[in-house]
Design a binder for this molecule. Structure first.
Ligand code: CP
Ligand code: NVA
Length: 305
């Protein structure tokens, strides 16, 4: 049995296999062929934070695979009233076949997984958002920018930046990260990434200058400046991140046919301009839809592991 907590635990081949399986199932769906890969299986989805894409994609995905999804808001289950994580994990995993959790501390997810008898999927923690990266890379494959990719991540050194680090380090592409001073990625995550990069040949450049980061980039990406749980810091962050918006000027300094990705939700006029969002709307909303397809690949893969 395997959990999907970070990309650290997966080899390059496994990551590519999951994405390939997702693409295969997407093709089947688009041609009207519904294969029930997980008949009667149940997926428990625990949310301690808000979600649009993660909830809709997992609930729709498990249904399309022939199973059933249970949406469990922490406000409605006893976990939110102090029932221990380990008891919740034992109980839910005794009845369900797979569990997805979106929570705050990554250690809470790890504790949950260590007490679960079924595969646990990270639906986002403060430290990582690996399912998003499956969809992002799937989109890069479809748009022809996966090979020899040079990705520029502009903005906060957050869960998305950490997940890009792991993806680049595992798959072996170039990643330039530009954050304002004081908002750098976690040093321990960076150390892990450097370690994996030695094997894969990935080039990781940690910068503070967005213009330098987008030079030669074939993909530019960003994320909100104030993640869930940081709402109180929003105004300060808007000041501190001045000059880090991905706008037309910045995109012009990337490679000629550079693409833009955003995990969404996007805050136009902050991390991304209205114009960039609209110009790259096709790929960004395909990326969002690919959450469904990539996660179906993941669930089927974990169910067979
Ligand atoms: N990108 C993403 O995870 O979106 P949600 O927060 O809407 O699930
Ligand atoms: N960094 C963002 C990602 C949202 C999908 C957050 O954690 O809120």
């Amino acid at each position: 049995m395997r959990h999907f907590l970070t990309l650290k635990d997966f080899t390059k081949d496994e990551i590519l296999d999951i994405i390939e399986l997702g693409l295969k199932i997407k093709k089947e769906l688009k041609s009207g062929e519904f294969k029930e890969y997980m008949p009667k299986k149940t997926l428990a989805m625990i949310f301690e934070k808000s979600s649009t894409r993660t909830r809709v994609s997992f609930e729709t995905g498990i249904y399309q695979l022939g199973g059933h999804g249970l949406f469990l808001s922490s406000r409605d289950i006893h976990l939110g009233r102090g029932e221990p994580v380990k008891d919740t994990a034992r109980v839910i995993s005794s009845m369900c076949d797979m569990i997805m959790i979106r929570t705050f501390e990554h250690s809470k997810l790890e504790e949950f997984a260590s007490c679960s008898s079924v595969p646990v999927i990270n639906g986002l923690t403060d430290s990582y958002h690996p399912i998003q990266l499956l969809a992002d890379y799937m989109t890069m494959v479809e748009y022809g920018v996966a090979d020899d990719a040079v990705v520029a991540y502009i903005g906060d050194g957050n869960n998305m930046a950490h997940s890009w680090l792991m993806l680049a380090a595992k798959l072996g592409f170039t990643l330039n990260i530009a954050t304002p001073k004081g908002y750098e990625v976690d040093k321990r995550v960076l150390q892990d990434a450097y370690m994996y990069a030695k094997n894969s040949g990935a080039k990781i450049n940690i910068l503070n200058d967005p213009q330098e980061a987008v030079k030669g980039a074939t993909v530019v990406t960003t994320d909100t400046w104030a993640s869930m749980g940081q709402e109180d810091e929003k105004e300060k962050r808007i000041q501190d991140f001045k000059g880090y918006m991905v706008d037309d000027m910045l995109m012009k300094q990337a490679s000629n046919d550079a693409q833009f990705l955003h995990c969404l939700p996007a805050y136009r006029g902050q991390e991304v301009s209205e114009s960039v969002m609209e110009l790259y709307g096709n790929i960004v909303f395909d990326e969002a839809q690919n959450r469904l397809h990539a996660q179906k690949g993941l669930m089927v893969w974990l169910n067979q592991a």
